[in-house]
Design a protein. Structure first.
Length: 172
């Protein structure tokens, strides 16, 4: 569960427990999906800013920099852009969230101004309905176990900029 606009939705044990605790629903916990947001980061994940204000670099893998750069989401489910869609400027940014010193805000109002990779609509590697959007049709895989990778492979030639691809992965 999240108050955010993150597209990589997960049905977690917490969400199922909340439904059970409400008395309205008895969930099947075998459907719970793991979430690793902040896992292993310790108290610094909550006690420090997501962006280092002297280097403008992200302090944790869940976040990204520089703004508007492209990459793979922290869950590896797809390729997208750092921050979501647009970057705007506002004079109402609280000083503790003015990471770049120029009142830049990210579009997700629930993120405490912390940028993250927002996957493109055709790049959710676990969505089998998107298989037709594969660039490397003979190799890419969209569906359960599909994960995003960044590269410069391109059919019939070389791609100048990095692009996102989905491939099947296996847990060992």
């Amino acid at each position: 569960m999240t108050a955010s606009a993150i597209k990589d939705l997960r049905l977690t044990q917490f969400a199922l427990g909340l439904m059970e605790g409400s008395g309205w629903y008895m969930p099947d916990y075998s459907y719970a999906e793991p979430t690793t947001w902040g896992k292993g980061e310790g108290c610094n994940f909550f006690d420090t800013t997501c962006i280092d204000t002297s280097t403008y670099e992200a302090r944790f893998d869940e976040f990204c920099s520089p703004l508007a750069s492209t990459g793979i989401s922290w869950t590896k489910r797809g390729f997208g852009v750092c921050v979501g869609s647009t970057i705007s400027s506002s004079i109402s940014v609280p000083s503790y969230m003015n990471y770049w010193g120029n009142n830049t805000i990210v579009t997700d109002t629930f993120s405490d101004n912390c940028p993250y990779i927002s996957t493109y609509s055709n790049m959710d590697c676990e969505d089998s309905d998107l298989q037709a959007s594969a660039l490397l049709t003979s190799y890419e895989y969209y569906g359960y176990g599909g994960k995003g990778f960044s590269g410069t492979m391109y059919p019939g030639g070389s791609l100048v900029a990095s692009y996102g691809y989905c491939f099947k992965t296996n847990v060992i």
